[in-house]
Design a protein around this ligand. Structure first.
Ligand code: ATP
Length: 591
Protein backbone atom coordinates (compact mmCIF):
# COMPACT_ATOMS: atom_id res chain seq x y z
CA UNK A 1 0.00 0.00 0.00
CA UNK A 2 1.42 3.34 -0.92
CA UNK A 3 -1.30 5.88 -0.21
CA UNK A 4 -2.20 5.46 3.36
CA UNK A 5 -0.49 8.29 5.10
CA UNK A 6 -2.81 11.04 6.15
CA UNK A 7 -0.46 13.77 4.88
CA UNK A 8 -1.08 12.63 1.34
CA UNK A 9 -4.74 13.44 1.70
CA UNK A 10 -4.41 16.98 2.86
CA UNK A 11 -6.27 19.30 0.52
CA UNK A 12 -7.67 16.46 -1.52
CA UNK A 13 -11.29 16.25 -0.62
CA UNK A 14 -12.21 13.86 -3.39
CA UNK A 15 -10.23 10.85 -2.25
CA UNK A 16 -12.42 8.33 -0.50
CA UNK A 17 -11.20 5.48 1.69
CA UNK A 18 -13.81 3.00 2.87
CA UNK A 19 -12.85 1.18 6.04
CA UNK A 20 -14.56 -1.48 8.11
CA UNK A 21 -13.65 -3.07 11.42
CA UNK A 22 -14.80 -6.24 13.10
CA UNK A 23 -17.68 -6.63 10.68
CA UNK A 24 -20.04 -9.47 11.49
CA UNK A 25 -23.26 -10.39 9.79
CA UNK A 26 -25.53 -13.28 10.63
CA UNK A 27 -29.04 -14.29 9.72
CA UNK A 28 -31.65 -16.38 11.46
CA UNK A 29 -32.67 -19.44 9.49
CA UNK A 30 -34.96 -22.33 10.33
CA UNK A 31 -31.82 -24.25 11.37
CA UNK A 32 -30.57 -21.51 13.68
CA UNK A 33 -28.14 -18.63 13.28
CA UNK A 34 -26.03 -18.62 10.12
CA UNK A 35 -22.89 -16.50 10.24
CA UNK A 36 -22.16 -15.02 6.83
CA UNK A 37 -19.48 -12.44 7.60
CA UNK A 38 -17.32 -13.46 10.52
CA UNK A 39 -15.53 -10.45 11.96
CA UNK A 40 -13.48 -8.93 9.15
CA UNK A 41 -11.43 -5.72 8.97
CA UNK A 42 -10.46 -4.01 5.76
CA UNK A 43 -9.95 -1.00 3.60
CA UNK A 44 -11.00 -0.08 0.07
CA UNK A 45 -8.48 2.64 -0.72
CA UNK A 46 -8.96 5.51 -3.12
CA UNK A 47 -7.41 5.53 -6.61
CA UNK A 48 -7.27 1.75 -6.67
CA UNK A 49 -9.26 -1.17 -8.00
CA UNK A 50 -9.99 -3.56 -5.14
CA UNK A 51 -11.26 -6.99 -6.14
CA UNK A 52 -12.98 -9.39 -3.77
CA UNK A 53 -12.54 -13.01 -4.80
CA UNK A 54 -13.89 -16.18 -3.31
CA UNK A 55 -15.91 -19.20 -4.22
CA UNK A 56 -19.66 -19.01 -4.57
CA UNK A 57 -21.33 -18.30 -1.23
CA UNK A 58 -18.15 -16.96 0.42
CA UNK A 59 -19.94 -13.69 1.28
CA UNK A 60 -18.56 -11.31 -1.39
CA UNK A 61 -21.88 -9.76 -2.39
CA UNK A 62 -22.95 -9.57 1.24
CA UNK A 63 -19.80 -7.61 2.07
CA UNK A 64 -20.44 -5.22 -0.81
CA UNK A 65 -24.07 -4.84 0.27
CA UNK A 66 -23.02 -4.02 3.84
CA UNK A 67 -20.53 -1.40 2.67
CA UNK A 68 -23.16 0.12 0.38
CA UNK A 69 -25.69 0.14 3.26
CA UNK A 70 -28.14 -2.16 1.55
CA UNK A 71 -28.07 -4.43 4.56
CA UNK A 72 -29.10 -3.27 7.99
CA UNK A 73 -30.07 -4.82 11.29
CA UNK A 74 -33.47 -6.42 11.35
CA UNK A 75 -35.40 -9.07 13.24
CA UNK A 76 -33.91 -11.76 11.02
CA UNK A 77 -30.39 -10.43 10.67
CA UNK A 78 -27.72 -8.97 12.92
CA UNK A 79 -25.05 -6.65 11.69
CA UNK A 80 -22.16 -5.59 13.91
CA UNK A 81 -19.02 -3.57 13.38
CA UNK A 82 -17.88 -0.22 12.14
CA UNK A 83 -18.17 0.98 8.54
CA UNK A 84 -16.68 4.37 7.68
CA UNK A 85 -15.77 6.53 4.75
CA UNK A 86 -12.85 8.86 5.45
CA UNK A 87 -13.33 8.10 9.12
CA UNK A 88 -17.01 9.06 9.21
CA UNK A 89 -20.07 6.85 9.42
CA UNK A 90 -22.59 7.13 6.60
CA UNK A 91 -26.13 6.05 5.80
CA UNK A 92 -27.82 4.52 2.75
CA UNK A 93 -28.99 8.01 1.79
CA UNK A 94 -25.59 9.64 2.05
CA UNK A 95 -23.88 6.67 0.37
CA UNK A 96 -25.62 7.56 -2.87
CA UNK A 97 -24.12 11.05 -2.78
CA UNK A 98 -20.56 9.74 -3.10
CA UNK A 99 -20.88 6.24 -4.56
CA UNK A 100 -22.75 4.24 -7.16
CA UNK A 101 -23.44 0.56 -6.98
CA UNK A 102 -23.80 -1.47 -10.17
CA UNK A 103 -25.73 -4.59 -9.32
CA UNK A 104 -25.64 -7.88 -11.19
CA UNK A 105 -28.85 -7.01 -13.06
CA UNK A 106 -28.42 -4.30 -15.65
CA UNK A 107 -31.13 -1.71 -15.31
CA UNK A 108 -31.56 0.26 -18.51
CA UNK A 109 -34.53 1.61 -20.43
CA UNK A 110 -35.43 -1.09 -22.93
CA UNK A 111 -36.68 1.10 -25.76
CA UNK A 112 -33.68 3.44 -25.85
CA UNK A 113 -30.58 2.84 -27.92
CA UNK A 114 -27.15 2.49 -26.33
CA UNK A 115 -26.21 5.99 -27.47
CA UNK A 116 -29.45 7.49 -26.20
CA UNK A 117 -28.93 5.93 -22.77
CA UNK A 118 -25.43 7.32 -22.50
CA UNK A 119 -26.55 10.67 -23.89
CA UNK A 120 -29.28 10.84 -21.26
CA UNK A 121 -26.71 10.35 -18.49
CA UNK A 122 -24.31 12.89 -19.95
CA UNK A 123 -27.04 15.50 -20.40
CA UNK A 124 -28.05 15.23 -16.77
CA UNK A 125 -24.55 15.18 -15.38
CA UNK A 126 -22.86 17.86 -17.46
CA UNK A 127 -23.66 21.50 -17.79
CA UNK A 128 -21.17 21.89 -20.66
CA UNK A 129 -21.71 22.51 -24.37
CA UNK A 130 -23.39 19.94 -26.59
CA UNK A 131 -20.15 19.16 -28.45
CA UNK A 132 -18.38 18.37 -25.18
CA UNK A 133 -21.17 16.05 -24.15
CA UNK A 134 -21.04 14.28 -27.51
CA UNK A 135 -17.32 13.83 -27.06
CA UNK A 136 -17.83 12.21 -23.67
CA UNK A 137 -20.40 9.80 -25.13
CA UNK A 138 -18.18 9.02 -28.13
CA UNK A 139 -15.27 8.41 -25.80
CA UNK A 140 -17.21 5.92 -23.65
CA UNK A 141 -18.60 4.18 -26.75
CA UNK A 142 -15.12 3.80 -28.20
CA UNK A 143 -13.46 2.74 -24.98
CA UNK A 144 -16.09 0.14 -24.20
CA UNK A 145 -16.19 -1.06 -27.80
CA UNK A 146 -19.86 -0.26 -28.25
CA UNK A 147 -19.56 1.28 -31.74
CA UNK A 148 -21.36 -1.57 -33.50
CA UNK A 149 -24.43 -1.50 -31.30
CA UNK A 150 -24.59 2.19 -30.41
CA UNK A 151 -27.80 2.72 -32.39
CA UNK A 152 -29.49 -0.53 -31.36
CA UNK A 153 -32.21 -0.51 -28.73
CA UNK A 154 -31.32 -2.06 -25.37
CA UNK A 155 -34.23 -4.47 -25.76
CA UNK A 156 -36.24 -6.55 -23.35
CA UNK A 157 -39.56 -8.30 -23.19
CA UNK A 158 -41.04 -6.68 -26.31
CA UNK A 159 -38.03 -5.55 -28.32
CA UNK A 160 -35.09 -7.65 -29.47
CA UNK A 161 -32.00 -5.78 -28.38
CA UNK A 162 -28.27 -5.83 -27.77
CA UNK A 163 -26.36 -8.81 -26.36
CA UNK A 164 -25.84 -9.47 -22.64
CA UNK A 165 -22.20 -8.35 -22.79
CA UNK A 166 -23.11 -5.14 -24.61
CA UNK A 167 -25.80 -4.51 -22.02
CA UNK A 168 -23.34 -4.88 -19.20
CA UNK A 169 -20.84 -2.56 -20.87
CA UNK A 170 -23.56 0.02 -21.54
CA UNK A 171 -24.64 -0.21 -17.93
CA UNK A 172 -21.11 0.39 -16.68
CA UNK A 173 -20.55 3.13 -19.29
CA UNK A 174 -23.68 4.79 -17.91
CA UNK A 175 -22.20 4.77 -14.40
CA UNK A 176 -18.83 5.99 -15.62
CA UNK A 177 -20.55 8.95 -17.23
CA UNK A 178 -22.29 9.64 -13.93
CA UNK A 179 -18.72 9.93 -12.62
CA UNK A 180 -19.28 8.94 -8.99
CA UNK A 181 -16.50 9.44 -6.44
CA UNK A 182 -16.51 5.70 -5.86
CA UNK A 183 -17.95 2.77 -7.73
CA UNK A 184 -19.03 -0.62 -6.37
CA UNK A 185 -19.69 -3.38 -8.89
CA UNK A 186 -21.04 -6.84 -8.24
CA UNK A 187 -19.51 -9.23 -10.76
CA UNK A 188 -19.11 -6.76 -13.61
CA UNK A 189 -17.33 -9.32 -15.81
CA UNK A 190 -19.65 -12.29 -15.37
CA UNK A 191 -21.17 -13.42 -18.66
CA UNK A 192 -18.56 -11.55 -20.70
CA UNK A 193 -16.00 -13.12 -23.03
CA UNK A 194 -12.39 -12.64 -21.93
CA UNK A 195 -11.65 -9.84 -24.40
CA UNK A 196 -14.74 -7.83 -23.43
CA UNK A 197 -14.02 -8.40 -19.75
CA UNK A 198 -10.48 -7.12 -20.28
CA UNK A 199 -11.69 -3.96 -22.02
CA UNK A 200 -14.13 -3.30 -19.21
CA UNK A 201 -11.54 -3.79 -16.48
CA UNK A 202 -9.10 -1.57 -18.32
CA UNK A 203 -11.71 1.21 -18.37
CA UNK A 204 -12.40 0.74 -14.66
CA UNK A 205 -8.71 0.83 -13.88
CA UNK A 206 -8.31 4.08 -15.81
CA UNK A 207 -11.27 5.48 -13.93
CA UNK A 208 -9.62 4.62 -10.59
CA UNK A 209 -6.11 5.72 -11.50
CA UNK A 210 -6.68 8.80 -13.63
CA UNK A 211 -9.61 10.21 -11.69
CA UNK A 212 -8.54 8.97 -8.25
CA UNK A 213 -11.78 7.09 -7.77
CA UNK A 214 -12.32 4.20 -5.37
CA UNK A 215 -13.38 1.12 -7.35
CA UNK A 216 -14.47 -2.05 -5.57
CA UNK A 217 -15.74 -5.14 -7.34
CA UNK A 218 -16.46 -8.79 -6.84
CA UNK A 219 -15.14 -11.13 -9.47
CA UNK A 220 -15.35 -14.87 -10.05
CA UNK A 221 -12.74 -16.15 -12.43
CA UNK A 222 -10.48 -13.36 -13.72
CA UNK A 223 -8.14 -14.14 -16.61
CA UNK A 224 -4.40 -13.72 -16.06
CA UNK A 225 -4.56 -10.33 -17.83
CA UNK A 226 -7.29 -9.08 -15.55
CA UNK A 227 -5.57 -10.49 -12.49
CA UNK A 228 -2.50 -8.40 -13.24
CA UNK A 229 -4.68 -5.26 -13.39
CA UNK A 230 -6.02 -5.58 -9.85
CA UNK A 231 -4.37 -3.16 -7.44
CA UNK A 232 -5.69 -4.71 -4.29
CA UNK A 233 -7.04 -8.18 -3.68
CA UNK A 234 -9.19 -9.61 -0.95
CA UNK A 235 -9.55 -13.39 -0.86
CA UNK A 236 -12.53 -14.62 1.05
CA UNK A 237 -13.39 -18.07 2.33
CA UNK A 238 -16.58 -18.75 4.21
CA UNK A 239 -17.10 -15.20 5.52
CA UNK A 240 -13.47 -14.56 6.50
CA UNK A 241 -10.47 -13.12 4.71
CA UNK A 242 -7.43 -15.21 3.91
CA UNK A 243 -5.58 -12.45 2.09
CA UNK A 244 -5.84 -8.70 1.80
CA UNK A 245 -3.25 -6.54 0.13
CA UNK A 246 -1.51 -5.79 -3.13
CA UNK A 247 -1.85 -8.07 -6.14
CA UNK A 248 1.07 -9.09 -8.38
CA UNK A 249 4.16 -10.46 -6.66
CA UNK A 250 2.99 -9.58 -3.13
CA UNK A 251 0.19 -12.11 -3.07
CA UNK A 252 2.29 -14.75 -4.78
CA UNK A 253 5.14 -14.31 -2.28
CA UNK A 254 2.74 -14.42 0.62
CA UNK A 255 1.21 -17.75 -0.36
CA UNK A 256 4.50 -19.25 -1.57
CA UNK A 257 5.97 -18.72 1.88
CA UNK A 258 3.11 -20.72 3.35
CA UNK A 259 3.68 -23.56 0.94
CA UNK A 260 0.98 -22.61 -1.56
CA UNK A 261 3.08 -21.76 -4.56
CA UNK A 262 1.26 -20.97 -7.77
CA UNK A 263 2.64 -23.38 -10.44
CA UNK A 264 4.48 -21.83 -13.37
CA UNK A 265 2.27 -21.05 -16.39
CA UNK A 266 -0.85 -21.18 -14.25
CA UNK A 267 -3.19 -18.22 -13.98
CA UNK A 268 -2.73 -17.15 -10.33
CA UNK A 269 -6.44 -16.38 -10.07
CA UNK A 270 -7.29 -19.97 -11.01
CA UNK A 271 -4.78 -21.30 -8.55
CA UNK A 272 -6.06 -19.20 -5.62
CA UNK A 273 -9.64 -20.00 -6.50
CA UNK A 274 -8.72 -23.69 -6.41
CA UNK A 275 -7.14 -23.47 -2.94
CA UNK A 276 -10.26 -21.70 -1.66
CA UNK A 277 -12.72 -24.23 -3.05
CA UNK A 278 -14.52 -25.64 -0.03
CA UNK A 279 -15.73 -28.65 -1.95
CA UNK A 280 -12.19 -30.06 -1.80
CA UNK A 281 -11.36 -31.88 1.41
CA UNK A 282 -7.74 -30.72 1.41
CA UNK A 283 -8.88 -27.10 1.44
CA UNK A 284 -11.10 -27.73 4.44
CA UNK A 285 -8.00 -29.00 6.24
CA UNK A 286 -5.92 -26.02 5.05
CA UNK A 287 -8.52 -23.41 5.87
CA UNK A 288 -7.57 -23.00 9.54
CA UNK A 289 -3.98 -22.48 8.37
CA UNK A 290 -5.04 -19.68 6.00
CA UNK A 291 -7.00 -17.96 8.77
CA UNK A 292 -4.19 -18.35 11.32
CA UNK A 293 -1.59 -16.93 8.95
CA UNK A 294 -3.87 -14.07 8.00
CA UNK A 295 -4.31 -13.12 11.66
CA UNK A 296 -0.57 -13.43 12.26
CA UNK A 297 0.85 -11.82 9.13
CA UNK A 298 -1.74 -9.52 7.60
CA UNK A 299 -4.29 -8.35 10.14
CA UNK A 300 -1.95 -5.92 11.94
CA UNK A 301 -0.93 -4.38 8.67
CA UNK A 302 -4.54 -3.92 7.61
CA UNK A 303 -5.41 -2.31 10.96
CA UNK A 304 -2.54 0.07 10.49
CA UNK A 305 -3.76 0.88 6.94
CA UNK A 306 -7.15 1.62 8.42
CA UNK A 307 -5.56 3.84 11.05
CA UNK A 308 -3.72 5.88 8.45
CA UNK A 309 -6.56 6.00 5.96
CA UNK A 310 -7.91 9.31 4.75
CA UNK A 311 -9.82 11.25 7.38
CA UNK A 312 -10.31 14.26 5.17
CA UNK A 313 -13.69 15.92 5.09
CA UNK A 314 -14.96 15.40 1.55
CA UNK A 315 -17.54 17.14 -0.55
CA UNK A 316 -20.20 14.76 -1.84
CA UNK A 317 -20.53 14.97 -5.58
CA UNK A 318 -23.57 17.05 -6.40
CA UNK A 319 -22.97 17.55 -10.08
CA UNK A 320 -26.47 17.78 -11.47
CA UNK A 321 -28.02 20.07 -14.03
CA UNK A 322 -30.69 22.47 -12.68
CA UNK A 323 -34.12 21.04 -11.87
CA UNK A 324 -35.80 22.57 -14.93
CA UNK A 325 -33.18 20.88 -17.16
CA UNK A 326 -33.75 17.57 -15.39
CA UNK A 327 -37.45 18.03 -16.07
CA UNK A 328 -36.73 18.78 -19.74
CA UNK A 329 -34.50 15.74 -20.33
CA UNK A 330 -36.88 13.37 -18.54
CA UNK A 331 -39.82 14.71 -20.56
CA UNK A 332 -37.79 14.19 -23.74
CA UNK A 333 -36.96 10.63 -22.76
CA UNK A 334 -40.50 9.79 -21.67
CA UNK A 335 -41.87 11.01 -25.02
CA UNK A 336 -39.24 8.90 -26.79
CA UNK A 337 -40.20 5.82 -24.77
CA UNK A 338 -43.92 6.35 -25.29
CA UNK A 339 -43.69 6.94 -29.01
CA UNK A 340 -41.48 3.86 -29.36
CA UNK A 341 -43.54 1.58 -27.20
CA UNK A 342 -46.08 -0.21 -29.38
CA UNK A 343 -48.27 -1.00 -26.40
CA UNK A 344 -48.43 2.38 -24.73
CA UNK A 345 -48.82 4.68 -27.69
CA UNK A 346 -50.23 3.19 -30.89
CA UNK A 347 -52.61 0.89 -29.08
CA UNK A 348 -53.98 3.76 -27.03
CA UNK A 349 -54.67 5.93 -30.06
CA UNK A 350 -56.23 3.09 -32.04
CA UNK A 351 -58.28 2.06 -29.04
CA UNK A 352 -59.76 5.50 -28.46
CA UNK A 353 -60.77 6.08 -32.08
CA UNK A 354 -62.35 2.66 -32.45
CA UNK A 355 -64.10 2.98 -29.08
CA UNK A 356 -65.53 6.39 -30.02
CA UNK A 357 -66.90 5.03 -33.30
CA UNK A 358 -68.19 1.88 -31.63
CA UNK A 359 -70.05 3.80 -28.90
CA UNK A 360 -71.21 6.33 -31.49
CA UNK A 361 -72.83 3.50 -33.44
CA UNK A 362 -74.36 1.79 -30.39
CA UNK A 363 -75.91 4.99 -29.03
CA UNK A 364 -76.37 6.63 -32.44
CA UNK A 365 -78.43 9.87 -32.30
CA UNK A 366 -80.19 9.38 -28.97
CA UNK A 367 -83.42 11.45 -28.83
CA UNK A 368 -83.36 14.67 -26.81
CA UNK A 369 -86.96 14.35 -25.57
CA UNK A 370 -88.45 16.93 -27.92
CA UNK A 371 -90.75 14.36 -29.60
CA UNK A 372 -91.39 12.22 -26.55
CA UNK A 373 -90.56 14.06 -23.26
CA UNK A 374 -91.85 11.22 -21.02
CA UNK A 375 -89.77 8.49 -22.63
CA UNK A 376 -87.80 7.02 -19.69
CA UNK A 377 -86.04 4.55 -21.99
CA UNK A 378 -84.36 7.40 -23.89
CA UNK A 379 -83.23 8.96 -20.60
CA UNK A 380 -81.97 5.62 -19.37
CA UNK A 381 -79.98 5.01 -22.55
CA UNK A 382 -78.39 8.43 -22.39
CA UNK A 383 -77.55 8.08 -18.69
CA UNK A 384 -76.17 4.62 -19.39
CA UNK A 385 -73.72 6.14 -21.83
CA UNK A 386 -72.78 8.93 -19.38
CA UNK A 387 -72.18 6.40 -16.63
CA UNK A 388 -70.19 4.15 -18.94
CA UNK A 389 -67.97 7.12 -19.76
CA UNK A 390 -67.59 8.18 -16.12
CA UNK A 391 -66.16 4.79 -15.21
CA UNK A 392 -64.51 3.73 -18.47
CA UNK A 393 -62.45 6.89 -19.04
CA UNK A 394 -61.21 6.86 -15.44
CA UNK A 395 -60.30 3.17 -15.46
CA UNK A 396 -58.60 3.35 -18.85
CA UNK A 397 -56.23 6.10 -17.63
CA UNK A 398 -55.71 4.53 -14.23
CA UNK A 399 -54.83 1.10 -15.62
CA UNK A 400 -52.13 2.41 -17.96
CA UNK A 401 -50.67 4.73 -15.32
CA UNK A 402 -50.58 2.17 -12.52
CA UNK A 403 -48.49 -0.16 -14.70
CA UNK A 404 -46.06 2.41 -16.00
CA UNK A 405 -44.56 3.39 -12.62
CA UNK A 406 -43.69 -0.14 -11.37
CA UNK A 407 -42.38 -1.11 -14.83
CA UNK A 408 -39.91 1.78 -14.69
CA UNK A 409 -39.32 1.53 -10.97
CA UNK A 410 -35.94 -0.21 -10.96
CA UNK A 411 -34.55 2.08 -13.65
CA UNK A 412 -35.84 5.09 -11.71
CA UNK A 413 -34.32 3.89 -8.43
CA UNK A 414 -31.00 3.25 -10.08
CA UNK A 415 -30.91 6.63 -11.80
CA UNK A 416 -32.07 8.50 -8.74
CA UNK A 417 -29.49 6.64 -6.73
CA UNK A 418 -26.84 7.68 -9.25
CA UNK A 419 -27.96 11.24 -8.54
CA UNK A 420 -28.89 11.83 -12.17
CA UNK A 421 -32.03 13.65 -11.09
CA UNK A 422 -34.28 14.31 -8.15
CA UNK A 423 -37.62 12.63 -7.54
CA UNK A 424 -39.57 15.84 -8.04
CA UNK A 425 -38.62 16.47 -11.71
CA UNK A 426 -38.92 12.74 -12.48
CA UNK A 427 -42.43 12.46 -11.12
CA UNK A 428 -43.70 15.65 -12.68
CA UNK A 429 -41.96 15.13 -16.02
CA UNK A 430 -43.58 11.71 -16.32
CA UNK A 431 -46.90 13.14 -15.25
CA UNK A 432 -46.57 16.00 -17.72
CA UNK A 433 -46.16 13.61 -20.67
CA UNK A 434 -49.06 11.44 -19.52
CA UNK A 435 -51.23 14.52 -19.07
CA UNK A 436 -50.47 15.72 -22.59
CA UNK A 437 -51.55 12.34 -23.96
CA UNK A 438 -54.69 12.35 -21.81
CA UNK A 439 -55.43 15.90 -22.87
CA UNK A 440 -55.40 15.03 -26.57
CA UNK A 441 -57.13 11.67 -26.33
CA UNK A 442 -60.43 12.90 -24.76
CA UNK A 443 -60.61 15.63 -27.40
CA UNK A 444 -60.33 13.04 -30.19
CA UNK A 445 -62.84 10.82 -28.44
CA UNK A 446 -65.39 13.58 -27.80
CA UNK A 447 -65.04 15.05 -31.29
CA UNK A 448 -66.22 11.70 -32.68
CA UNK A 449 -68.60 10.29 -30.04
CA UNK A 450 -70.35 13.45 -28.77
CA UNK A 451 -71.89 14.40 -32.12
CA UNK A 452 -72.54 10.83 -33.29
CA UNK A 453 -74.53 10.12 -30.13
CA UNK A 454 -76.38 13.42 -30.39
CA UNK A 455 -75.73 14.86 -26.94
CA UNK A 456 -76.84 18.44 -26.19
CA UNK A 457 -76.42 20.45 -29.37
CA UNK A 458 -74.59 23.39 -27.88
CA UNK A 459 -70.94 24.29 -28.29
CA UNK A 460 -70.47 25.38 -24.65
CA UNK A 461 -72.04 22.08 -23.48
CA UNK A 462 -69.64 20.22 -25.77
CA UNK A 463 -66.64 22.13 -24.39
CA UNK A 464 -67.68 21.46 -20.80
CA UNK A 465 -68.14 17.79 -21.68
CA UNK A 466 -64.58 17.70 -23.03
CA UNK A 467 -63.34 19.44 -19.87
CA UNK A 468 -64.97 16.83 -17.62
CA UNK A 469 -63.44 14.06 -19.73
CA UNK A 470 -59.98 15.62 -19.43
CA UNK A 471 -60.21 16.17 -15.66
CA UNK A 472 -61.61 12.65 -15.25
CA UNK A 473 -58.76 11.12 -17.20
CA UNK A 474 -56.22 13.23 -15.30
CA UNK A 475 -57.72 11.93 -12.05
CA UNK A 476 -57.43 8.40 -13.41
CA UNK A 477 -53.73 8.96 -14.13
CA UNK A 478 -53.13 10.38 -10.66
CA UNK A 479 -54.97 7.42 -9.07
CA UNK A 480 -52.81 5.08 -11.20
CA UNK A 481 -49.66 6.87 -10.06
CA UNK A 482 -50.74 6.50 -6.46
CA UNK A 483 -51.29 2.75 -6.86
CA UNK A 484 -48.17 2.33 -9.01
CA UNK A 485 -46.03 4.11 -6.40
CA UNK A 486 -47.50 1.97 -3.66
CA UNK A 487 -46.49 -1.41 -5.11
CA UNK A 488 -43.26 -2.72 -6.64
CA UNK A 489 -44.93 -5.37 -8.75
CA UNK A 490 -46.93 -4.14 -11.79
CA UNK A 491 -49.37 -7.07 -11.53
CA UNK A 492 -50.04 -6.35 -7.89
CA UNK A 493 -50.48 -2.63 -8.57
CA UNK A 494 -52.94 -3.45 -11.36
CA UNK A 495 -54.89 -5.95 -9.27
CA UNK A 496 -55.17 -3.66 -6.26
CA UNK A 497 -56.17 -0.72 -8.48
CA UNK A 498 -59.19 -2.73 -9.68
CA UNK A 499 -60.06 -3.71 -6.13
CA UNK A 500 -59.94 -0.11 -4.96
CA UNK A 501 -62.07 1.12 -7.88
CA UNK A 502 -64.70 -1.61 -7.62
CA UNK A 503 -66.56 -0.42 -4.49
CA UNK A 504 -67.02 3.04 -6.04
CA UNK A 505 -69.27 1.70 -8.80
CA UNK A 506 -72.47 1.45 -6.70
CA UNK A 507 -71.73 4.95 -5.37
CA UNK A 508 -71.64 6.60 -8.77
CA UNK A 509 -75.31 7.61 -8.61
CA UNK A 510 -76.31 5.44 -11.57
CA UNK A 511 -76.70 1.94 -10.15
CA UNK A 512 -78.33 3.23 -7.02
CA UNK A 513 -79.85 6.68 -6.64
CA UNK A 514 -77.55 8.62 -4.29
CA UNK A 515 -80.55 9.95 -2.33
CA UNK A 516 -81.54 6.37 -1.58
CA UNK A 517 -78.28 5.28 0.06
CA UNK A 518 -78.38 4.33 3.73
CA UNK A 519 -76.97 7.12 5.90
CA UNK A 520 -74.22 4.92 7.44
CA UNK A 521 -72.65 4.28 4.03
CA UNK A 522 -73.75 7.22 1.91
CA UNK A 523 -70.47 9.12 2.65
CA UNK A 524 -68.62 6.73 0.32
CA UNK A 525 -70.17 8.48 -2.67
CA UNK A 526 -68.00 11.53 -1.87
CA UNK A 527 -64.88 9.43 -2.35
CA UNK A 528 -66.04 8.12 -5.71
CA UNK A 529 -64.56 9.87 -8.76
CA UNK A 530 -67.32 8.23 -10.84
CA UNK A 531 -69.93 10.08 -8.80
CA UNK A 532 -68.46 13.52 -9.51
CA UNK A 533 -67.95 12.78 -13.20
CA UNK A 534 -71.47 11.37 -13.55
CA UNK A 535 -73.00 14.37 -11.79
CA UNK A 536 -71.07 16.79 -14.01
CA UNK A 537 -72.10 14.93 -17.18
CA UNK A 538 -75.76 14.65 -16.20
CA UNK A 539 -75.99 18.32 -15.18
CA UNK A 540 -74.33 19.41 -18.37
CA UNK A 541 -76.62 17.30 -20.55
CA UNK A 542 -79.95 18.15 -18.96
CA UNK A 543 -79.39 21.82 -18.10
CA UNK A 544 -81.61 22.45 -21.07
CA UNK A 545 -83.91 19.55 -21.84
CA UNK A 546 -87.35 18.52 -23.01
CA UNK A 547 -87.47 15.46 -20.76
CA UNK A 548 -90.06 15.45 -17.99
CA UNK A 549 -89.24 15.09 -15.17
CA UNK A 550 -85.81 16.63 -15.61
CA UNK A 551 -83.27 13.83 -14.99
CA UNK A 552 -81.21 16.25 -12.85
CA UNK A 553 -83.95 15.90 -10.22
CA UNK A 554 -84.75 12.23 -10.76
CA UNK A 555 -81.04 11.28 -10.62
CA UNK A 556 -80.67 13.36 -7.44
CA UNK A 557 -77.76 15.45 -8.77
CA UNK A 558 -76.73 17.59 -5.81
CA UNK A 559 -73.71 19.52 -7.14
CA UNK A 560 -73.54 22.23 -9.77
CA UNK A 561 -71.53 21.16 -12.77
CA UNK A 562 -68.57 23.37 -11.73
CA UNK A 563 -68.66 22.02 -8.19
CA UNK A 564 -68.60 18.46 -9.50
CA UNK A 565 -65.65 19.08 -11.80
CA UNK A 566 -63.90 21.05 -9.02
CA UNK A 567 -64.15 18.11 -6.59
CA UNK A 568 -62.80 15.83 -9.29
CA UNK A 569 -59.83 18.18 -9.70
CA UNK A 570 -59.26 18.05 -5.93
CA UNK A 571 -59.20 14.26 -6.11
CA UNK A 572 -56.60 14.56 -8.85
CA UNK A 573 -54.40 16.67 -6.57
CA UNK A 574 -54.94 14.35 -3.59
CA UNK A 575 -53.92 11.24 -5.54
CA UNK A 576 -50.89 13.07 -6.95
CA UNK A 577 -49.62 14.07 -3.52
CA UNK A 578 -50.11 10.54 -2.18
CA UNK A 579 -48.31 9.08 -5.21
CA UNK A 580 -45.38 11.42 -4.72
CA UNK A 581 -45.18 10.54 -1.05
CA UNK A 582 -45.06 6.79 -1.77
CA UNK A 583 -42.51 7.19 -4.55
CA UNK A 584 -40.37 9.17 -2.15
CA UNK A 585 -40.67 6.38 0.40
CA UNK A 586 -39.88 3.67 -2.15
CA UNK A 587 -36.46 5.26 -2.68
CA UNK A 588 -35.60 4.23 0.84
CA UNK A 589 -36.44 0.59 0.10
CA UNK A 590 -33.93 0.26 -2.69
CA UNK A 591 -33.25 -3.38 -2.03
N1 ATP B 1 -30.81 -12.89 3.23
C1 ATP B 1 -30.24 -14.10 3.22
N2 ATP B 1 -30.93 -15.19 3.63
C2 ATP B 1 -30.35 -16.41 3.61
N3 ATP B 1 -29.09 -16.64 3.22
C3 ATP B 1 -28.36 -15.60 2.80
C4 ATP B 1 -28.91 -14.27 2.76
N4 ATP B 1 -27.95 -13.45 2.30
C5 ATP B 1 -26.87 -14.22 2.06
N5 ATP B 1 -27.12 -15.51 2.35
C6 ATP B 1 -26.18 -16.63 2.24
O1 ATP B 1 -24.93 -16.13 2.60
C7 ATP B 1 -23.92 -16.71 1.81
C8 ATP B 1 -23.11 -15.64 1.13
O2 ATP B 1 -23.89 -15.04 0.09
P1 ATP B 1 -23.27 -14.02 -0.95
O3 ATP B 1 -24.30 -13.70 -1.93
O4 ATP B 1 -22.66 -12.91 -0.22
O5 ATP B 1 -22.14 -14.93 -1.61
P2 ATP B 1 -21.18 -14.61 -2.81
O6 ATP B 1 -19.80 -14.88 -2.34
O7 ATP B 1 -21.43 -13.26 -3.37
O8 ATP B 1 -21.64 -15.73 -3.82
P3 ATP B 1 -21.77 -15.68 -5.42
O9 ATP B 1 -20.38 -15.59 -5.92
O10 ATP B 1 -22.40 -16.98 -5.75
O11 ATP B 1 -22.61 -14.50 -5.76
C9 ATP B 1 -24.61 -17.65 0.86
O12 ATP B 1 -24.54 -18.95 1.38
C10 ATP B 1 -26.04 -17.15 0.83
O13 ATP B 1 -26.90 -18.19 0.55
Amino acid sequence: MNKTHSEEYINNSNLLDFTFKNLKYSIQTSKGTQEIIKGVDGIFPNSQVTAILGSSGAGKTTLLNILSKRIANSKKSQLEGEVLVNGKPYTADTFSTFANYVMQDDLLTETMTVRECLQFAVNLKNKGAKTNKNEIVNDVITQLKLEKCQNTQIGGQFVKGISGGERKRTSIGFELICDPQSLFLDEPTSGLDSFTAYILMDRLRNFAHKKNRTVVLTIHQPSADIWSMLDRIILMVDGKFIYQGEGGNSIQNYFSKQGFKCPVLTNPADYYMSIMDQEKKINQINCPIYYKNYDKLIKENVLSEIKFSSQVEFNPSTSQVPTYMQFYYIVKRTILIQTRSPILFKAKLGQVISLAIFLGLIYYQLPNGQDDPYNVVDVRNKNGFLFFLSTGAFLESMNAACLSIPIERQVFLREENSKLYKIFPYYFAKLFVDLIADFIIPIIFCAIAYWMIGLRNDISAFLFFVLVMIVLQFTGIAAGYFEGCLFKDPNLAFGVAQLIAMPFFPFSGYYKNSGDLASWISWVQYLSPFNYAYQAFVRNEYEETYFIPNPIQSENIEFTKWEAVGYLALMFLGYLILGFYFLYRSKKNLQ
